[in-house]
Write a new protein. Structure first.
Length: 254
């Protein structure tokens, strides 16, 4: 089973950017799970899912529920159909990472069905990887969905706001309450996080502060131009700071 990581935090703090930059430094190509409806992780990595004819889990489920296709699968049980189609259609593969995207919710109600699918198939998918990283939605409600029940490391991205710190503290409380376990809870400041606030954050109980991601105009430029963050120059300040953060968390970096 892969070492399971999750990147979480408030909306706009840089969760997806952290995951994309982490891919540059992990010594083994990871499995990435984009559980955020805005699907920004693939864009940051230069992946056009539509052009690659890779479907999201929600796309497949919507098509199955609407009985619009997959007639060739005949009377195969629904669970077997879903697992088959996920492996066939929903995994983007590349030499540096593989990517699965939960996608946009196309039906009324909650994300229960696609979350349940991901929860059931993820252990089987992750067993062939050294690392699996979940790019989570903003907020805390995703924790209660328990897409992943057992985590190794939780990386909480924070900005310079009291709300971000409360979010991090509540995350630890909520995970324990709903039966999600983790080994380490790490705090990572985004590029707006001031150096003078680091001492206060480092003193928080139950979490380890690893440092902050440096401001990097290259990240903003690559994002705007639709270029992969994997192609940032070697001296990229943001990339180098993420490598330093991973090493402080005990990861060997490439």
């Amino acid at each position: 089973m892969a070492k399971m990581l999750i990147s979480t935090g408030r909306g706009g703090v840089g969760k997806s950017t952290f995951v994309a930059l982490a891919v540059r430094h992990l010594p083994s190509p990871p499995l990435l799970i984009d559980a955020d409806a805005d699907q920004s992780l693939g864009q940051l990595l230069g992946v056009d899912l539509a052009a690659e004819e890779v479907r999201t889990i929600s796309d497949v489920l919507y098509k199955l529920q609407g009985r619009e296709g997959y007639a060739e699968l005949g009377s195969m049980p629904l669970a077997a159909k879903i697992e088959y189609l996920l492996n066939l259609s929903c995994v983007y593969e590349s030499p540096r990472f593989d990517l699965i995207t939960l996608g946009v919710k196309w039906t009324r109600g909650c994300y229960c069905a696609p979350n349940s699918i991901l929860q059931s198939v993820l252990p089987g998918l992750a067993k062939d990887y050294e690392y699996a990283i979940v790019d989570s939605p903003a907020g805390l409600e995703h924790v209660n969905r328990r897409v992943v029940r057992e985590l190794d490391d939780v990386f909480v991205l924070i900005d310079p706001s009291a709300k971000a710190l409360r979010n991090a503290q509540r995350l630890g409380e909520l995970t324990r309450a709903v039966g999600v376990s983790y080994e380490n809870l790490y705090l990572v400041g985004n590029f707006r996080f001031p150096a003078e606030a680091e001492e206060r954050v480092a003193a928080l109980d139950g979490a380890t502060y690893l440092g902050r991601i440096e401001r990097d105009e290259g990240v903003e430029r690559f994002d705007w131009e639709g270029r992969s963050l994997l192609d940032l120059p070697a001296d990229s300040p943001a990339s180098r700071s993420v490598a330093r953060i991973l090493r402080k968390a005990g990861y060997a970096t490439a």
